[in-house]
Design a protein around this ligand. Structure first.
Ligand code: NAD
Length: 258
């Protein structure tokens, strides 16, 4: 498989979660904690011995995904509600972010991506290979990339969750309160849509039915994150490459059908 070398070096190394977040003595509030990424962060926090509090409207999240802490149902933009949550739980840390191209699912398939409709490449292509939906449309085949399809940086959601725990650990170990910083999180490696489609076909044992469509306005040919700072400052590197991302997505999509 192209470009996964170095990402799947056997069992993932010890994560911060496995070491516990000893510097965090209070609960951690996770906005959007009932969603795809937030629920994986909540699980990682709980495994690190820290109590997650999930703040979510449930507009797009799921109460079944809130398994590792209590749910405060409401809008993060509602100041009075947020104040009440703060008074009730006195969180020491708040986690809230926006993401790009998170993939995979919890390895135990307890939680995973469950959007309606699903739009990211991996669940759509996996569902197509499993016969759970029709052909995948590949948007554009004439980009100036190695094979003409767009190149993106896919990062496993469990690696993302681990990065969040490391960021919390990093923040808590800084001198002075109120410190903040910005880190790019990604795999640092690009995969083209065609590479992903071919890999899914090989791992599922059935080709992904797909057709080529027009380019989508605004799509960049290549988007790959630079993760040097996260590697250097947080000691974080993604450990789950494209094969693991696909395998975990397949396991999750199949478990959703049951
Ligand atoms: N997953 C990806 O690869 C990806 C890609 C691009 C952008 N994003 C963005 O990153 C963020 C997280 O992604 P995700 O896949 O976990 O999304 P998600 O929809 O699964 O989870 C977001 C959660 O936030 C909750 N929420 C939304 N508005 C809220 C509000 N005002 N107050 C409280 N809760 C609120 C939703 O109910 C949902 O549970 C989203 O903003 C998403 O648009 C994600």
């Amino acid at each position: 498989m192209a470009n996964t070398r170095g990402l799947r070096a056997g069992r993932p190394e010890e994560s911060v979660g496995e070491r516990s977040l000893s510097l965090v003595s209070g609960p951690v509030l996770v906005t959007g904690g009932a969603g795809y990424i937030g629920s994986h962060v909540c699980k990682a926090l709980a495994e690190a011995g820290t109590q997650p509090i999930c703040l979510d409207t449930l507009e797009k999240g799921h109460d079944w995904a809130v398994r590792w802490g209590s749910l405060e149902q409401g809008d993060v933009g509602d100041g009075r509600f947020v104040e009440k949550v703060f008074v009730r739980h006195r969180p020491q840390v708040v986690i809230s972010l926006r993401y790009f191209n998170a993939t995979g699912a919890d390895s135990a398939a307890e939680i995973g991506e469950a959007h309606d409709p699903e739009t990211p490449l991996l669940p759509l292509a996996v569902d197509a290979a499993l016969g759970l939906r029709g052909s995948l449309v590949v948007h554009g085949s004439d980009y100036r990339t190695e094979d003409g399809s767009c190149v993106r940086d896919y990062v496993h959601v469990t690696d993302l969750a681990d990065a969040h725990l490391r960021a919390v650990h990093w923040l808590m170990s800084q001198k002075g309160r109120g410190r903040h910083d910005v880190f790019n999180l990604g795999s640092g490696t690009g995969h083209s849509v065609k590479q992903v489609v071919d890999s899914i076909g090989r791992l599922v044992g059935r080709p992904v039915p797909h057709v080529y469509g027009a380019r989508r306005p605004g799509d960049s040919p290549r988007l790959v994150g630079c993760i040097d700072k996260a590697q250097r400052e947080l000691g974080w590197s993604p450990l789950r490459g494209l094969e693991t991302q696909i395998e975990d997505t397949v396991r999750w999509r199949m478990s959703m059908r049951r």
